[in-house]
Design a protein around this ligand. Structure first.
Ligand code: AMP
Ligand code: MG
Length: 420
């Protein structure tokens, strides 16, 4: 298959990926997931009129005179003590009040709460059976209580379909009685690094060995998108080793494999994908870095979602660029996220220093980005090529130069992709 254009490859990824079917899940397992069915409250919030201060639950008429700029102290009989969780049938009548704590239900007959700080003459500790003297210069009828249903009503949809469940949404769903929700599951993404030269990053590499930087990098990139990273470790360039690990990775929603997809003797991966039943969608894209990238899918049928498979070139900077261009939209689509979040945002920027384009393919170069009064300014970072992660690590974006060769001078307007 000849190299295809980047735009065509992106369209093929978008056309192949589909949102994962929603699933009923425990609320506590659904953090970061997107609701497929709205959450409807099974209760009012607050569920009853609730005290919002520690103090005394009073009748409005008793305390109107105790308010204003020149309050006249009012003396009331305390007839009940109510901590949060306590309830009473006792009715607060004129001339009486209840001692009440934040979170307790307002007793029948009471209409407002006077804070404990407004008790005079050492009566702040007054309990049932004693009297309290109150003067509240800021008194307003109905103060310091939250009315039943003021926040939401039983039967009200408090979280619509499409909502992403973050901390506040999880708390709200819990309050509304949703122990389970129907939501898109987190996208499970397996990552496998192939190459007989690779050792895990906690090892001291011997001569000829290379630390596996792609595995941790891809796991981080997946986590940053809210996916579940499933690291599969290393596989040597041996068909049996790669085949066994690929078979394991195909249980995930997406398999990201790095290394072994170019045209070298040990680039066994495309053939192994074929043997594992993974259909090729494309191999090789007109792109620098990242030309050897491979994409395909394992079709399961029976309504089961396909597993999407990316063979990413082994050089770490190529792996990262290919992840951002191809794997990112796939993860976003499977997660059911809106189209405007599929790709990193493109913007126009002016070059601060010259850059060289490639004759045959679009080039992505790491850069810093800063905005001045007129425009976004892109400063190319020193970068030695597709094995150099140092330049990528400091980058705030990528300069995207079209194919055609030639030099882009300082001041030229170019496309940039904002930081991942
Ligand atoms: P390949 O795509 O397998 O031909 O690998 C291209 C280059 O990337 C070689 O120098 C590999 O050693 C290097 N490489 C491959 N996989 C990794 C990895 N997981 N971490 C760091 N470097 C890698
Ligand atoms: Mg290799």
């Amino acid at each position: 298959m000849p190299m295809i254009e980047l735009a065509e490859a992106l369209a093929l990824v978008e056309g192949t990926a589909a949102p994962l079917p929603p699933r009923r899940q425990r609320l506590l397992d659904a953090c970061g997931h997107q609701l497929a069915v709205g959450v409807v409250a099974d209760c009012d919030s607050p569920p009853w009129d609730r005290a919002m201060m520690d103090g005394f639950a009073v009748r409005n008429a008793d305390c109107t005179g105790a308010g204003g700029a020149t309050p006249t102290a009012v003396e009331l009989d305390v007839v009940v003590d109510l901590a949060a969780g306590d309830v009473t049938q006792l009715v607060i009548r004129d001339g009486t009040c209840g001692r009440i704590m934040t979170g307790a239900p307002i007793p029948p007959g009471a209409e407002a709460v006077v804070p404990i700080e407004c008790a005079l003459d050492g009566t702040a500790g007054a309990h049932a059976g004693s009297r309290v003297r109150l003067a509240d210069p800021r008194f307003r009828a109905g103060q310091h209580m939250a009315r039943q249903g003021a926040a939401f009503r039983r039967g009200q949809e408090v979280l619509p379909a499409g909502t992403v469940l973050r901390a506040a949404e999880i708390g709200l769903a819990a309050e509304a009685g949703a122990t389970h929700v129907v939501a898109r599951p987190r996208v499970r993404v397996a990552m496998l690094s192939t190459g007989s030269e690779l050792v895990e990053c906690d090892c001291e590499p011997g001569f000829g060995q290379t630390r596996n930087s792609n595995g941790p990098m891809l796991a981080a990139a997946v986590s940053l998108l809210g996916g579940e990273a499933i690291p599969l470790g290393l596989a040597a360039d041996k068909p049996e080793a790669i085949r066994a690990a690929v078979a394991q990775g195909l249980a995930a929603d997406i398999l990201l494999l790095s290394g072994g997809v170019s045209a070298g003797d040990l680039d066994l991966v495309p053939e192994i994908f074929r043997q594992c039943g993974v259909e090729k969608v494309f191999h090789k894209v007109r792109l620098k870095p990242g030309k050897p990238v491979w994409f395909g899918r394992l079709v399961r049928g029976d309504g089961e979602p396909d597993t999407l498979v990316f063979g990413l070139p082994g050089n770490p900077a190529s792996t990262l660029v290919c992840f951002e261009l191809f794997a990112r939209p796939a993860i976003q689509i499977l997660a059911g996220r809106p189209r405007d979040s599929w790709h990193l945002p493109h913007e126009r920027a002016r070059l601060v220093a010259p850059c060289k384009a490639a004759p045959d393919r679009p080039v992505y170069l790491p850069c810093r980005l800063a905005r001045n009064a007129e425009s976004l300014m892109a400063t190319p970072l020193p970068w030695t090529g597709s094995s150099d992660l140092l330049g990528m690590a400091g980058a705030e974006g990528l300069i995207a130069l079209p194919a055609g060769g030639g030099r882009f001078d300082a001041g030229a307007e170019v496309d940039v992709v904002r930081r991942w």
